[in-house]
Design a protein around this ligand. Structure first.
Ligand code: PEP
Length: 251
């Protein structure tokens, strides 16, 4: 069954300091709250770690939710600098991105790390938003489906070890599209979402999927992207840091 809501996940990455996050939220508080009142619309803000508790608290009277950008693959222990999924849950995080290409590429995160993080999140009742997608070189070498299959299998096997029925979000984010302005055609996205679903269901028939697209979504291309059937939302990076642009994407 499809999700009744359409999701807009704003990935603020490490673009705003804590002070700037506070300013951004205060400046746009009313407008954010108005956006959340749009029917069947769910907004999730993903600030960096130090701002999560503030953003969650600031918007607690609205239906806006907060998500982290990653978490530790360990439960607890001598892992300096890491943040446990349980701590994210304690401060009110409902969602967490996992395997974003910037984590895979700059922090050498592997499919195995992603799998462990998915399990930590599920244990703590946080919905994982698993990011998958091919590099430009992989696309040129026609390896898109192979890469996606590997990434989806790893994440879904992790879910399977934990539960037979679960809801996870999967964001198809072609790496060559992130921040570049280049996007795949609607037909390509549709076919890849179908493939993602078929792989996930082959691993775990009762899995419930929320399918997102991410990569250069902005106010000028969103109307066309919204025509994609079976899409449940967008993961938005750059354009989510400009409230006017984000508002146009949502409305
Ligand atoms: C992202 O990094 O998740 C993303 C979607 O970025 P952008 O929208 O800036 O391409």
């Amino acid at each position: 069954m499809r999700e009744p809501s359409f999701f807009y996940i704003a990935n603020w990455k490490m673009q705003l300091t804590f002070a700037k996050t506070v300013l951004f939220c205060k400046k746009n508080q009313n407008n954010f709250e108005l956006l959340t009142q749009k029917k069947n619309t769910k907004i999730v803000l993903c600030p960096s770690f130090e701002s999560l508790a503030f953003v969650n608290d600031f918007f607690k009277k609205s239906s806006l939710s907060v998500g982290a950008q990653t978490c530790s693959s360990y439960e607890k222990g001598a892992y300096s600098g890491q943040v446990a999924a349980q701590s994210l849950s304690d401060i009110g995080c409902k969602y967490c991105l996992v395997g974003h290409s910037e984590r895979r590429n700059f922090c050498s995160e592997t499919d195995d790390d992603v799998a462990k993080k998915v399990q930590q999140l599920l244990k703590n009742n946080i919905i994982p938003i698993v990011c998958v997608g091919e590099l430009k070189k992989e696309r040129e070498e026609k390896k898109t489906y192979e890469v996606i299959e590997r990434q989806i299998r790893a994440a879904c096997q992790a879910v399977k070890k934990f539960t037979k029925e679960s809801k996870i979000f999967i964001a198809y984010e072609p790496v060559w599209s992130i921040g570049t302005g280049d996007i795949p055609s609607n037909q390509e996205i549709t076919e890849i979402l179908k493939y993602i679903t078929s792989i996930a269901k082959a691993v775990l028939p009762k899995i419930s999927l929320v399918l997102l697209y991410g990569g250069s979504v902005h106010e000028k291309n969103v109307k066309i992207l919204k025509e994609i059937c079976d899409l449940d939302g967008f993961l938005v990076g750059g354009a989510s840091l400009d409230f006017q642009k984000f508002q146009k994407i949502v409305t």
